[in-house]
Design a protein around this ligand. Structure first.
Ligand code: HEC
Ligand code: HEC
Length: 328
């Protein structure tokens, strides 16, 4: 038996007609069972149970790391009690459930231990875990790098390594990813996006996108734009990342296979959000090989002649086709 919890999503053999979904009820015992409505052909790895942390010789450090991921603002935000080096977000606003959310496409931390150091085209180098965390600190958290020798960085690394400790080398679990939605045949539409936002997001994230606490202060709704949000160098500033995240995780509580939004609505609401003002930061060193630059990164220079506007909102397919012709 494998020491870690591994679920196999059942695939129905043969063709399944559209609209029919495969409901596989998959249990793992130990309070870790989930139900996914899914036709994905993949193995779903789950995070270890937090009750196991105390068995680690690094237990205190791992717990502190988890606390930092869940409540980053409290420790590192504008009024942080340890340092003031990040914005109004918590890591877990995007890496849900402190980076352990089980359902597919939840951007959890399960794949980090198995894949880093990792070569990435954005930096054009082999990245350590610390480097990757500081990437999110400088972009998603619109802040400053953490000292790699400091207790906060050590704690976050220890926690993230603990989450992925049982994942075999080089495996990138499906639930640690963002879904790449198919491109639309048109540019994403901020006007339609506003309608989606008003109907499906505004209740929690606010008319001005600045979030805040629920009436009973039990839930923190993070800002989606404005001074407290991610900057223009962040992954979420790329439409495909934001749309794929929203598809599988928003409105809050939604899991893969239960989306309330069509793909079009996801692209459009992403366009509406990323058209709003937010801290501007460009990292001119990104994608040193511009032929590898993400298609929806809205800052040139590019290896093609499409405008920054088209690289931001699409249509993306003509860019993708041109790129294939040129480089393959
Ligand atoms: C605004 C959303 C957001 C916030 C907040 C955020 N991140 Fe991220 N993070 C992302 C996105 C998007 C990715 C890239 C995911 C992808 O492309 O698959 C990512 C990737 C990562 C990765 C690499 C994961 C992998 O499997 O390669 C790590 C590690 C990480 N973030 C750590 C953190 C930490 C620690 C914090 C808090 C200090 C944080 N992030 C805050 C959005 C965010
Ligand atoms: C029921 C309340 C609720 C609704 C409705 C909702 N969200 Fe969220 N959203 C949240 C909460 C809570 C979080 C943070 C999750 C956490 O920390 O565990 C979040 C996080 C996010 C994040 C990542 C963090 C950030 O600030 O960038 C994005 C992006 C997001 N939501 C977009 C949307 C979009 C788009 C919609 C509408 C389609 C939506 N949300 C609807 C409650 C909600």
């Amino acid at each position: 038996m494998n020491p870690f919890k591994k679920l196999v999503l059942i695939i129905l053999a043969g063709e399944m007609s559209g609209g029919v979904s495969c409901r596989s009820n998959i249990g793992t015992g130990a309070g870790n069972s989930i139900t996914l409505t899914d036709t994905l052909k993949s193995v779903l790895y789950l995070s270890p149970d937090t009750s196991e942390i105390r068995q680690s010789p690094q237990a205190d450090l791992i717990w502190y790391g988890r606390e930092l991921v869940a409540n980053t603002r409290k420790y590192l935000g504008p009024a942080g009690i340890v340092a003031q080096v990040s914005n109004q977000l918590n890591c877990q606003n995007c890496h849900l459930e402190a980076g352990t959310k089980a359902a597919a496409y939840s951007v959890n931390f399960l794949g980090v231990a198995a894949n880093y150091p990792l070569y990435r085209y954005r930096s054009g180098m082999l990245e350590t875990i610390q480097f990757r965390i500081n990437d999110c600190m400088m972009r998603s958290m619109n802040g400053k790098s953490l000292d790699t020798a400091g207790r906060e960085m050590k704690a976050i690394v220890a926690y993230i390594l603990w989450i992925g400790k049982d994942i075999p080398a080089k495996i990138k679990p499906i639930n640690s990813q963002i879904e790449q939605l198919p491109y639309l045949q048109r540019a994403a539409d901020t006007i339609n996006g506003k309608k989606v936002y008003t109907a499906k997001c505004q209740l929690c994230h606010g008319v001005n996108g600045d979030g805040g606490y629920s009436v009973d202060a039990a839930i923190y709704y993070p800002p989606l734009w404005g001074a407290g949000s991610y900057n223009t160098g962040a992954g979420m500033y790329r439409l495909s990342s934001l749309a794929g995240f929203v598809k599988n995780n928003m409105p809050f509580g939604v899991n893969h296979g239960q989306s309330q939004l069509s793909n079009e609505e996801c692209w459009d609401v992403a366009a509406f959000i990323n058209a709003k003002p937010r801290p501007y930061k460009n990292f001119p060193g990104d994608w040193p090989d511009i032929s590898k630059k993400a298609i929806d990164h809205p800052f040139g220079p590019y290896a093609d002649s499409f405008s920054e506007l088209q690289h931001k909102y699409g249509p993306f397919e003509p860019i993708a086709i041109k790129r294939k012709k040129k480089f393959n």
